[in-house]
Design a protein around this ligand. Structure first.
Ligand SMILES: [Fe+2]
Length: 318
């Protein structure tokens, strides 16, 4: 009797490919990549961001950025010019109308909470959010570096919006695929003025944006312009409503979607140290600061890179 090496197909074992952030773990040769959780985020070591990057290293950093959505570098003591030069690998740096600027530079912002200030002073919002979705071309990413951080606490948490979408039922995906959201930043200054001084956000006082530039309609499901992967793009901050829905209906659906982003299995959390630098994808990842500290200063500085106009399932492939 001749022995056979082939097993029937039903007995084949699946090949064990490690999956992180919903995709197989890529190979890296030039940089060391350590995933932070199974959902998103990685730490990258072996790179000095003060220097221009060679093509291969840059391409691996971009690969890690696309897969993990937030990339973390430690001990990066960059000047503002070096910070901006690194940011430009991701695209053109843009101003923001509402975020306070850093050191008189219109193309850098700061997130600063003094030791004696209340936690609401920085616009980190109570919920996971995407930054400035009211702009026609909302930010692609944020490049943020820590100047001073509390000894304990003050982390930033992230939630992977691809995974939120991918875990929905086919029925809800089909509904959301056809929805559009009105996002508006027009009223934040007026609303802030009405609050008692101790409850006010620190906002930029002057900017060159027109009223029209502060409100836009975007798809509720955002599609990656190259890969076609879909993610939820509906969150509370600056949300005005779904197009064609009443305010009450819009809030009810939004509250449900916002609750999904809270699930821990979509998250990672980054602990800051002085000179930690993060780049996070503002299109497909939600974020929030965790203000669980008191009596200590937290000072982060950032650049914001302009993204493409969001495209939805009906626009893709173009
Ligand atoms: Fe934010």
């Amino acid at each position: 009797m001749v022995a056979t090496k082939c097993k029937p197909a039903s007995q084949e074992q699946p090949v064990a490919v490690p999956v992180v952030a919903g995709l197989p773990m890529p190979d890296f040769r030039r940089i060391h990549v350590e995933p932070i959780s199974g959902a998103c985020g990685c730490e990258i070591s072996g790179v000095d961001l003060r220097e221009p990057l060679d093509e291969e290293t840059l391409s691996e950093i971009m690969k890690a950025f696309e897969q993990f959505l937030v990339i973390v570098f430690r001990d990066q003591d960059l000047s503002p010019e070096q910070h901006k030069a690194f940011s430009r690998y991701f695209g053109p740096i843009t101003e923001l109308p509402q975020a306070p600027t850093y050191d008189g530079m219109r193309d850098m912002q700061e997130v600063r909470r003094e030791a004696d200030e209340p936690e609401n002073v920085v616009p980190s919002f109570e919920h996971f959010h995407t930054d400035s979705p009211f702009l026609k071309r909302p930010p692609l990413c944020v490049v943020m570096r820590a100047l001073e951080v509390p000894r304990y606490g003050g982390d930033t948490a992230f939630s992977n919006a691809y995974l939120v979408y991918e875990h929905l039922s086919d029925g809800l995906k089909a509904l959301l695929d056809g929805l559009q959201v009105v996002y508006s930043g027009k009223e934040i200054w007026a609303r802030n003025e009405k609050l008692p001084p101790e409850k006010r956000l620190r906002l930029r006082e002057e900017h060159g944006f027109s009223e029209d530039e502060l409100e836009n309609i975007h798809p509720a499901v955002r599609v990656h312009p190259v890969t076609g992967r879909k993610a939820l793009f509906a969150t509370t901050a600056y949300f005005k409503g779904f197009v064609g829905w009443t305010e009450e209906e819009s809030r009810a659906l939004l509250d449900y979607l916002q609750s999904l982003a809270q699930h821990l299995h979509y998250h990672c959390r980054v602990k800051w140290r002085k000179n930690t630098l993060l780049v996070w994808d503002n299109r497909f990842l939600l974020h929030r600061g965790v203000h669980d500290f008191k009596y200590e200063r937290r000072h982060l500085i950032r650049t914001t890179v302009m993204g493409e106009r969001p495209i939805g399932p009906r626009d893709w492939p173009a």
